[in-house]
Design a protein around this ligand. Sequence first.
Ligand SMILES: NC(=O)c1ccc[n+]([C@@H]2O[C@H](COP(=O)([O-])OP(=O)(O)OC[C@H]3O[C@@H](n4cnc5c(N)ncnc54)[C@H](OP(=O)(O)O)[C@@H]3O)[C@@H](O)[C@H]2O)c1
Length: 292
Amino acid sequence: MADDKATILIQMDVDPQPSVFDAVVAVDAKVDHLFRHGDVTPENVQDLVYGALFTRGPSDLRRTALFVGGSDVAKAEAVLAKVRSTFFGPFRVSVLFDANGSNTTAAAAVLAATSSLGGSLAGAKAAVLAATGPVGQRVARLLGRGGATVAVGSRDLARAGKLAERLGEATGAAYTPFSNADPATTRAALEGATLVVAAGAGGVQLLPAATWRALSALRVVVDLNAVPPSGVEGVEAGDQGVDRDGVKAWGALGVGGLKMKIHKRAVRALFESNDRVLDAEEVLELGRDLVG
Ligand SMILES: NC(=O)c1ccc[n+]([C@@H]2O[C@H](COP(=O)([O-])OP(=O)(O)OC[C@H]3O[C@@H](n4cnc5c(N)ncnc54)[C@H](OP(=O)(O)O)[C@@H]3O)[C@@H](O)[C@H]2O)c1
């Protein structure tokens, strides 16, 4: 009986010390056994994957799963690619990718914004400030896939341009780059936006209150930075769709509550079959089920 086997989550973290945060979420998601590995690289991950694949029979493999994480999202993506290429035939287990919380945070931000836009992104004009980080890139990708037109910002216009090109090719949606290097260029780029997401590094304020309050089309603003000062002046970290001057505001902690629920749901989903790879889009779908 496949269900007799205990569930095992193998945490593969690119940092020397595997994330305690991710371990706690795994326990709260009721994983029976958690194996924690740090300093995981594309070079040493294959033997860890073989250990997961060759111990249980094919019908029990859905009771074993992998979590790929760590603070360096690019390194973790390389580990995920190696994990996927190690699988063959029925020898595979489900994997959740959430390095630095990037997928669960992006999914929660997009779902929060969608709910405040009335349940649909179709026709939304979105702008993502500091879209070049792991969270911002995923937010922009999910918004575009959801039917929004998306402007992607960076202090470096060329960097934003490369990102816009890459996201456009990946999703088929329309992306335009802009510079968020100073208030004037940011203000000009945000004209007409119905949704603004600030995805800048912690403790960096990207948008003055006067700028977003002057945007007549703006309906929703999301700030993902939890470290003071807020990324969007006038938005509080705990805001959960709070009405601020006619605009629905979400702060980092407000989004964080949904992020935690999505993370736990995604861990549980790993044990429903042995062939799922939960990246940004799949994590968003799990979150959508949660919020109804
Ligand atoms: N609520 C949650 O649960 C949760 C979970 C994970 C992350 N977060 C938050 O989400 C935000 C984005 O995370 P991330 O990992 O994607 O961030 P990140 O990689 O550290 O930074 C995102 C972007 O911010 C810009 N930036 C960096 N330093 C800056 C500065 N001094 N001035 C202006 N812009 C600067 C950079 O863009 P350019 O160089 O292109 O300008 C960078 O690509 C962070 O605030 C993080 O703390 C929240």
